[in-house]
Design a protein around this ligand. Structure first.
Ligand SMILES: Nc1ncnc2c1ncn2[C@@H]1O[C@H](COP(=O)(O)OP(=O)(O)OP(=O)(O)O)[C@@H](O)[C@H]1O
Ligand SMILES: [Mg+2]
Length: 234
């Protein structure tokens, strides 16, 4: 459903991606891993056409080209994006944050407020609370919930566990597993290797703006030298 072919992309004059090749098929959870600054976030931005300019290669979603589209047009096609910084409206309540226009499309799972509250019961409890006073984990859940209300077929999650306490991170893993069961495909950038085993089908390793290795989760764990070479801080 999603395919990136030899994608190069730049911020102004500085090239951050220089050869990203990856694909996500329907219902799959794919992990993007790599050290800090190698281009995981930039890869997500190149998919949703946010901040970065694709200068070479192809980004397609269900056979239509995404390069040159506006971010809202990409959301409408069924790609949800939960950025690293979560971007919830700090001064609005949980409910107000969730009152976003949903992207209706035939043949797509339609998420209601009740559905997202069933996934994250804590958000229902805090529905009248100002988002800005909530913890990082709660804001992460709110950001995911808001994205689900656009009815995505593919969800991009940029380091959803970053900075979260283990118990809260666990809840996010639980949500990923539940969403997968609902048929939502996901591309998740991740540093916490132990969570990959629990929820991912396949792994891509990124190094210096390039995808340098890919395989199933089982293959990834069968090759510890990959972790040593591309993930350990040198
Ligand atoms: N807005 C920006 N303008 C210019 N350069 C940027 C910008 N954002 C990121 N970069 C650069 O692009 C490169 C890739 O960064 P990116 O944020 O994609 O890495 P990452 O793998 O997500 O890292 P992390 O694990 O720290 O989140 C880095 O060299 C970074 O400094
Ligand atoms: Mg990042």
């Amino acid at each position: 459903m999603l395919r990136l072919e030899n994608v190069h992309a730049s911020y102004d004059k500085s090239e951050a991606l220089r050869g990203i090749d990856l694909s996500v098929t329907p219902g799959e959870v794919v992990c993007l891993i790599g050290r800090n600054g190698v281009g995981k976030t930039s890869t997500m931005r190149a998919i949703v056409q946010d901040q970065i300019t694709v200068t070479q290669g192809r980004v397609s979603f269900e056979d239509s080209d995404l390069v040159g589209l506006r971010p809202y047009q990409i959301v409408r096609r069924g790609v949800g994006y939960v950025p690293e910084d979560r971007r919830v409206f700090q001064s609005l309540s949980v409910l107000e944050n969730l009152r976003v226009p949903s992207a209706k499309a035939a043949g797509r799972r339609q998420w209601s407020l009740d559905d997202v509250f069933a996934l994250f019961p804590q958000l229902y409890e805090y529905r009248r609370r100002t988002a800005g006073v909530m913890s990082g984990g709660e804001q992460q859940m709110l950001s995911i919930a808001r994205s689900l209300l656009t009815n995505p077929r593919l969800l991009l999650l940029d380091e959803p566990h970053e900075g979260l306490a283990p118990k809260v991170a666990e809840e996010v893993v639980g949500a990923i597993i539940e969403l997968k069961a609902e048929g939502v495909a996901m591309l998740v950038s991740e540093q916490a290797l132990h969570t990959i085993r629990r929820c991912a089908d396949r792994v891509y390793v990124v190094d210096r703006g390039q995808t340098v290795w890919d395989g199933t989760v089982e293959e990834f764990y069968a090759h510890p030298e990959i972790t040593e070479k591309y993930l350990m801080v040198q």
